[in-house]
Design a protein around this ligand. Structure first.
Ligand code: AMP
Length: 508
């Protein structure tokens, strides 16, 4: 694998912005769109990758969310793809949201010489896609649905010249390796392959070695500015976890806020209970219809509600401007996911704050993150907090996924809303179920490697859903303590050098 670093000459002060992009070799009609977008200078990954990409080389670009990678791979699409010559470019993305976002961005950059660019993903009807595919030149899609079209022979890749694997690390993490490989095997051998990934793992290298032709590797610095990023954690009792979140969301000055949970159920729980506490929040996870997800993201982009409660589906690839706070209501099981989550804030020169709400159930995950030693997270003393109202509880499902009658919550509903009085009879109490990302009680899932974890629903796209009979009662045992006291939650969190990690006595 060739590795190359490009020395970028400093521009004279009066050089126009389009000149800087022109020097990279970008086509005139795209330069016009760039000018209209008021981009002043190419981003690092654009500067480093576009010259190779335009030369037709295979390129591995290490670039994170928001680095400007769409224009980087788009540059050659806009240069080489011809109208009415069939599908010539395919961009594989891990999530539907990223497919939509890429589609919009590519359309924006190519508006002066429009191509027929379409997005193809699951969770929506397949028939309009079949029709659109007949006249498309560029397709952005999730692996499950693309494979579905290949199996139905409703997508023709014979004319394909450019294959882009966007967020390749994420696609592999989500268990799409086989699908991706099956798709690649149906692409013409003579093609240009571009791989974008925030992290480079052995798996990515293997994929590149297998399917890329002498690729050039370029990498850009993380877009997040560490000097602008503050990371803290609170260490609280399980049964004050939600109350602390509610307290902080109410008290902290913020622009846009993302609250991350590990499971769909936790997103529902947190979002509904924040609403019950009069906070205007938007929930998003892979269990929602695609139409609903698109509408929610549009509302968040438009700042109509400033708190998004989400699974990791929303963490990657999406370009959301103005996120000042990231909360980890659940600590992610995978340290890489932590890095992706915090990458949503402290961008483009703005300040950002990451707040981790750690309980005993998160210790193992949290230890895995801080043990790497690269991340500094300061312990913050837990403030006096009032116990928040807990009016909403998740539906309990029976052994075969059916409803367990009588267990339904509801605001101010029967029997389950005692949390605000500090003496809930609910077995769920404040924080109530798996934060580990490991299998919880739900019986349906759409990713082979992450059952109750959210993967955006892409697996379900091909109709290959599975049933599972894991430990459905796991989450009931979580709330062992039942302290209903107000105020400072526990002795934890008072010291800034508390040790974690199951008696391993590590200090942070
Ligand atoms: P991407 O990583 O392609 O999703 O891009 C992230 C955001 O940066 C998008 O809103 C782009 O429109 C924007 N962007 C891309 N390139 C540049 C640039 N050279 N200067 C300023 N903004 C850019």
């Amino acid at each position: 694998m060739e590795t190359e670093t490009i020395q970028v000459a400093l521009e004279p002060e009066k050089t126009s912005c389009s000149h800087k992009f022109k020097k990279l070799g970008i086509s005139e009609h795209v330069l016009k769109a760039i000018e209209e977008e008021k981009f002043e200078t190419p981003s690092e990954i654009q500067e480093k990758s576009i010259p190779h990409v335009l030369e037709g080389k295979d390129v591995i670009a290490r670039a994170s969310t928001g680095s400007g990678k769409t224009l980087a791979f788009g540059s050659v699409i806009f240069q080489d793809v011809k109208k009415d010559f069939g599908i010539q470019a395919l961009i594989l993305t891990p999530t539907r949201e990223l497919a939509e976002q890429n589609n919009k961005a590519l359309n924006k950059f190519s508006k002066h010489k429009p191509l027929n660019i379409i997005s193809v993903y699951g969770g929506v009807s397949i028939n309009p896609q079949i029709e659109d595919l007949e006249s498309a030149e560029v397709v952005v899609g999730t692996p499950g649905r693309i494979l579905d079209h290949l199996q139905r022979e409703t997508i023709d890749l014979k004319q394909l010249k450019i294959l882009v694997l966007d967020e390749a690390d994420r696609m592999l993490d989500m268990g799409f390796r086989d699908d991706v490989e099956k798709i690649i095997s149906q692409c013409p051998k003579k093609r240009q392959t571009l791989l974008f990934s925030a992290t480079m793992s052995e798996d990515i290298i293997r994929l590149a070695q297998k399917y890329m032709n002498n690729p050039i590797e370029v990498s850009a610095e993380q877009y997040v500015d560490p000097t602008k990023l503050t990371q803290i954690y609170y260490d609280v009792e399980d049964n004050l976890k939600f109350s602390l979140l509610n307290h902080l969301l109410t008290k902290e000055e913020a622009k846009l806020v993302m609250v991350f949970c590990n499971t769909r159920r936790n997103v529902d729980f947190v979002a509904n209970n924040l609403k019950a506490n009069n906070l205007d929040v938007l929930p998003i996870h892979g269990g929602f219809s695609q139409d609903k997800r698109n509408k929610i993201m549009d509302r968040f982009h438009a700042h109509t509600a400033k708190i998004l409660v989400c699974t990791d589906v929303a963490a990657r690839g999406l370009d959301i401007k103005g996120v000042s706070h990231v909360y980890n209501y659940d600590i992610p099981a995978d340290p890489k996911e932590y890095v992706h989550r915090i990458g949503r804030t402290a961008r483009a020169g703005e300040e950002g704050k990451v707040i981790n709400i750690v309980t005993s159930r998160d210790y193992e995950n949290f230890s895995n993150i801080v043990d790497k030693g690269e991340i500094q997270i300061k312990n913050e003393q837990t403030p006096f907090i009032e116990r928040a109202r807990l009016g909403w509880m998740p539906e309990r499902r029976g052994r075969f996924g059916g409803r367990d009658r009588g267990s339904r919550g509801g605001f101010g509903g029967r029997g389950r809303s005692g949390g605000d009085r500090g003496k809930s009879r609910s077995p769920y109490r404040d924080s109530h179920y798996s934060s580990s990302g490991k299998p919880s009680r739900t019986g349906s899932f759409d990713n082979p490697r992450s059952r109750d974890r959210d993967t955006g629903g892409s697996r379900g796209e091909t109709g290959r859903s599975r049933s599972w009979s894991g430990n459905r009662d796991r989450d009931r045992s979580h709330d062992r303590r039942s302290s209903g006291s107000y105020g400072r939650s526990s002795s934890r969190g008072r010291s800034s050098s508390r040790s974690f990690g199951g008696g391993r006595n590590r200090r942070y």
